[in-house]
Design a protein around this ligand. Structure first.
Ligand code: 3PG
Length: 193
């Protein structure tokens, strides 16, 4: 989960993550540079799988697709967003934090969901509770995930991946500490079996 403030950081940051084995990048729309950063990475680091985060409206999804995003992530879910992404062929990982939101996203055909904000909204216990009624749903928890707890989340049968901002700390990006970002990526990929 990446927040780009300076467009010049986008490509070296993506290369630093790739060098550490992280290939799936969610560049958020939290800054005005987000779309341009996605375009730059899509063009200059084509082996990276770059998507857009913090998508809140159908227009956000369209803009991101036009910029070169290969997938979208949203903090919450609306049917308008779900239908739009389906219509334009942009894979969406919709955010949910309650059972009702899961049911709404499922009704629109989404079975792989982001649990956000994961730690704040119930963490491991919430995911375990959802294994009963939502055995057919797979989750990507984000929000409060770090090296300290990622393995516990990944060990759950209904968790397929995790995400977080810990891989690209704001200070590391600002300071151009590309080797630190590569090192953090290596530590994260070492968590996988
Ligand atoms: C997200 O959008 O997924 C979160 O902001 C990431 O949360 P984190 O900063 O706690 O990793």
């Amino acid at each position: 989960v990446i927040v780009v403030n300076d467009l010049a950081h986008a490509v070296p940051m993506a290369k630093a993550l790739m060098a550490g084995g992280i290939r799936v990048l969610e560049v958020t729309l939290r800054t005005p540079q987000g779309l341009a950063a996605i375009s730059a990475i899509a063009k200059e680091v084509p082996e990276a799988w770059v998507g857009v985060g913090t998508v809140r409206s159908p227009q956000d999804a369209q803009d991101a697709l036009n910029a070169g995003a290969r997938f979208a992530v949203s903090p919450g879910y609306t049917s308008a967003l779900g239908h739009k992404c389906r219509d334009i062929g942009l894979p969406l990982l919709p955010g949910v934090a309650t059972s009702s939101e899961i049911m709404t996203a499922q009704a629109d055909g989404y079975q792989q969901l982001k649990f956000f904000p994961a730690v704040q909204a119930g963490g491991l216990n919430m995911l375990k509770a959802w294994q009963g009624p939502f055995a057919d749903v797979q989750f990507c928890p984000t929000g409060g995930i770090s090296m300290a707890n990622a393995a516990e989340f990944l060990a759950l049968s209904n968790v397929v991946c995790v995400g977080g901002s810990w891989l690209v700390p704001a200070e590391a990006l600002q300071g151009g500490q590309w080797s630190l970002i590569t090192e953090l990526a290596k530590r994260a990929t070492a968590l996988l079996p």
